[in-house]
Design a protein around this ligand. Structure first.
Ligand SMILES: [Zn+2]
Length: 392
């Protein structure tokens, strides 16, 4: 059997059901509530799976939905401070000074029941994805509970308590794997940047709304890595209001050529959907079509991909964009199983994925200034980083 996947050539899948695609999912994780009014909703993962089924994006011959495997807590200390993890574990008992000093118990990072188990469960999901990609025949793995890129070594930040990308990445670095992290979330991946800042075995590219208008404030193009890692940390800050044209120009000029030149064992893509124009926590004007085209431009850059859900604060549009990402990475068409059926629109018109993918690009005033700004950043990266990879 051949699997018409993401890579340039079809990948052969052996008869003994060596699965091509994997999704990590746990009802327990999806049911977690940070806080009634908190914008981060793990429930997005449940809607995502429903959409995959409705739009014929799961193929039982090739796709598996699995619970995360059990992982030793020790793995956390590959990135996090031991003391911080201890504080995080006891935070549920109530806030004390040390808990608050670590960024826990704030509006962004509230204390909630099962918070450590949730954060650790998310790390386990990401670990499962990496392991299956590295050790098994899986070519695409998706963890909708992954991409907590703001968590620092000893500090919770931006809805993130444990940095799954940094922890699991460190584990596989120790085993000699080289990978590229493409962080498409609207916010700069500060924690992940710190984790691999001196490592030339990880190419980290974060494309995000400029820190001048957006959380967490850093992520300038001048942050290029240190020592051996110099040139292996690439930031592409884009201005508020950035539309599809400006987004795709900066993404396509930098990301695919750098990945190809780096030639990683696999890609880790944070498919943060808060870049969408309607997201309440960012100021970009990227449409579903722009998001899809950016992902399509990764085609042919690497044979294996781990996708992590990351941010995205619309309970309907975020899973719809993940479903779009799933279709791109598995090379499948979005087909409405219920087309023409009365009552088929069970999630409301905003989740009609087919029309959603056709939404009109936004264009308005400020376009020229945006283009000038992204051209400046693209030129900067080409000048400083491209020569390190033998590119012009
Ligand atoms: Zn974000």
């Amino acid at each position: 059997m051949t699997y018409p996947g993401f890579a340039d050539s079809n990948i052969r899948v052996e008869k003994k059901r060596e699965w091509a695609n994997l999704i990590t999912y746990s009802e327990k994780l999806a049911d977690v509530l940070y806080d009634e009014n908190h914008p981060f909703k793990p429930q997005r993962a449940k809607v995502f799976l429903e959409l995959l089924r409705r739009y014929n994006l799961l193929d039982e011959r090739f796709d598996r939905v699995v619970e995360p495997q059990k992982v030793e807590e020790e793995i956390l200390y590959l990135f996090h401070e031991r003391e911080y993890v201890e504080v995080l574990k006891r935070a549920e008992l109530g806030p004390d000074l040390e808990v608050l000093k670590r960024g826990i118990g704030t509006e962004d990072n509230p204390i909630f029941k099962g918070m450590f188990d949730f954060a650790f469960g998310c790390v386990s999901c990401t670990f499962t994805c990496f392991r299956e990609i590295v050790e098994e025949n899986v070519v695409f793995a998706f963890n909708p509970f992954g991409g907590f890129h703001h968590a620092e070594r000893g500090f919770a930040m931006g809805f993130c308590y444990l940095n799954d990308v940094a922890v699991v990445g460190k584990y596989f670095r120790k085993r000699g794997k080289r990978f590229a992290i493409i962080d498409m979330d609207a916010h700069h991946g500060n924690g992940t940047q710190d984790a691999f800042y001196e490592d030339n075995g990880v190419l980290t590219i974060s494309i995000h709304e400029s820190g001048t208008t957006s959380f967490p404030g850093g992520g300038s193009e001048h942050e290029l890595g240190n020592y051996e890692g110099y040139g292996y940390n690439v930031n592409i800050p884009i201005p508020a209001g950035c539309d599809d044209d400006a987004y795709l120009y900066s993404f396509q000029s930098i990301v695919p050529p750098l990945i190809k030149a780096f030639s990683p064992d696999f890609l880790v893509v944070l498919v943060g959907t808060d870049i969408h124009k309607d997201d309440p926590l960012s100021n970009l004007n990227v449409t579903a079509g722009g998001f899809k085209k950016a992902l399509e431009s990764l085609k042919g850059t690497c044979e294996k991909v781990v996708a992590l859900g990351a941010g995205g604060y619309s309970i309907s549009k975020s899973p719809a964009l993940w479903a779009c990402a799933y279709s791109v990475f598995t090379g499948r068409e979005v087909v409405d199983q219920f087309a023409g059926l009365i009552g088929g629109m069970m999630y409301g018109p905003e989740l009609d994925l087919i029309s959603f993918l056709k939404e009109e690009p936004v264009s308005g005033k400020g376009k020229e200034a945006c283009m000038r700004s992204v051209e400046r950043v693209v030129n900067f990266v080409k000048e400083r980083v491209f020569p390190i990879f033998g590119l012009k």
